[in-house]
Design a protein around this ligand. Structure first.
Ligand code: UD1
Ligand code: MG
Length: 453
């Protein structure tokens, strides 16, 4: 069955106390909304519509960065969740099948749960995701059921004490026949305690029209929505705990799991070892048997099989390490391909570079890639020996099997097999050090004597 997704993301989220739209606050390095979009993506929707409102430009930019095919529609005034869903109608014109409605601030819905909702659609026109919460003061909509049928959703503000005592609450996720959904939404009013067009009102109206609704149950942790910085921090902690558990289950060694920070898309192969205090930003893949040593920071990079990174290394976007590469302490790599078995072990910056296999980059080497306006590339061949503290002033290339003397400032290409020496020639002054320090000490003694008198 064809399905389209609608993600509601128009709200201000005033309790975040932020200048940015709530749905752009991040968990695991991705905006809350992207988590909702990933979740919707599990159903492989025909079309995905994001309803924007507050900070629409920023929300649209983030949605398109995630998937350029996403359609954003603007809800000029936030008149309620039902009104929000209606904004997506034109964008979904011509598509049949079902619609799933998700909230941009609810990041943890599992694909299995959406599958269960899809299954429930076989027998019901509307499927609502509910969760149990035994708290009569919790401000969620309450689900009124009869057997497996959902009869009505009552918003907290409009609920009687008896209804507030119901423990089954509305998560907000709705899976429905598209034509029926929009037909019912045309019939809702804002005649309620909040003066809003409630999406939830479709359930009672559906029943009047002979349509059937039901509930699929999820845990409260899964349906958790983010409203405050406290909830954001708790959700981040929950996300990290889940990611660490998944990595361990997948055969990754985490020496001190609670100190490792994952991103939403981190991929780590089996038998990789992650030492304490490693941070993964978005877009990292680590192959089997690699070792990421303590206090390293990685984002947008690939670490090949058997490579060793760190301690205290930084891999930035576009760092591609082939198998058995060594990146040591206080080394930064950005937008650089480093081939098999090559070593960059100490205190280096490698940016906008290509390095061949089995090359050794000496301590303190820097690719001087930026001239203040443009970036330039450094190309280093295979089996090259770059002496310590070499400055490679890009654009420049070092041929295969070449070498640079330590302290060299390389401004011209070095042909294959050559040794480049690019520094002032050394001169020794016989006895000068000894004489010089004797003079300094004598001067100092004289000055101290004057100071005493
Ligand atoms: C909603 C549900 C409630 C449920 C709760 C779960 C309704 C009427 N109520 O209440 O039953 O228990 O969520 O968290 O649906 N939004 C828009 N445009 C609008 C209004 C809202 O895009 O005009 C978006 C918000 O940005 C948010 C989501 O819809 O992502 C939910 O809106 P919110 O105002 O938080 O609804 P609740 O009052 O919490
Ligand atoms: Mg809410």
């Amino acid at each position: 069955m064809e399905v389209s997704a609608i993600v509601l993301a128009a709200g201000q989220g005033s309790r975040m106390k932020s200048s940015f739209p709530k749905v752009l606050h991040e968990i695991g390095g991705a905006p809350l909304m992207v988590h909702a979009l990933k979740c919707a993506g599990a159903l492989v929707p025909e079309a995905t519509v994001v309803v924007t409102g507050v900070g629409a430009d920023l929300v649209e930019e983030a949605a398109c960065a995630w998937d350029p095919d996403i359609i954003c529609v603007w809800q000029e005034e936030q008149l309620g969740t039902g009104h929000a869903v209606l904004q997506a109608r034109d964008a979904l014109e011509g598509l049949g099948g079902d619609v799933i409605v998700l909230y941009g601030d609810t990041p943890f819905i599992r694909p299995e749960t959406l599958d269960a909702m899809q299954d429930a659609r076989d027998t019901h026109d509307i499927v609502v995701l509910g969760f149990e919460l035994d708290d009569p003061d919790a401000r969620y909509g309450r689900l009124v059921t009869e057997g497996e049928d959902l009869v009505e959703i009552v918003e907290f503000k409009d609920a009687t004490p008896a209804q507030r005592a119901l423990s089954l609450c509305n998560s907000g996720v709705v899976y429905a026949d598209k034509a029926i959904l929009f037909d019912l939404l045309d019939r809702i009013t804002n005649d309620n305690a909040a003066g809003e067009y409630y999406l939830t009102d479709i359930v009672a109206i559906a029943r009047e029209h002979g349509h059937k609704a039901t509930v699929v149950h999820a845990s409260q942790s899964e349906t958790l929505g983010i409203n405050t910085r406290h909830e954001l921090a708790e959700a981040e902690a929950a996300f990290q705990a889940k990611s660490r558990a998944e990595a361990l289950n997948d055969g990754v060694t985490l020496v001190a799991p609670e100190t490792v920070i994952f991103a939403h898309d981190t991929v780590i192969g089996r038998d990789a070892i992650i030492e304490p205090h490693v941070v993964f930003g978005p877009g990292v893949t680590v192959e089997s048997g690699a070792r990421i040593r303590a206090f390293s920071h990685l984002e947008g990079c690939h670490v090949g099989r058997g490579a060793i990174v760190g301690p205290y290394a930084r891999l930035r976007p576009g760092a591609q390490l082939a198998s058995d590469v060594r990146i040591g302490n206080f080394v930064e790599v950005k937008n650089a391909q480093i081939d098999r078995g090559t070593k960059v072990n100490h205190l280096s910056y490698i940016g906008d570079a290509t390095i061949g296999e089995k090359t050794n980059i000496g301590a303190g080497t820097i690719t001087c890639n930026y001239d203040g306006v443009f970036k330039h590339r450094t190309t280093i061949g295979r089996d090259v020996f770059v002496g310590s503290n070499t400055m490679l002033v890009a654009p420049v290339s070092l041929g295969d099997h070449s070498a640079t003397a330590s302290g060299a400032v390389i401004t011209m290409d070095v042909p294959e097999g050559d040794l480049a020496i690019a520094r002032a020639r050394q001169e020794n002054k016989p006895g000068l050090a000894k004489r010089m320090f004797e003079r300094f000490r004598a001067t100092k003694a004289e000055l101290m004597k004057k100071g005493d008198s």
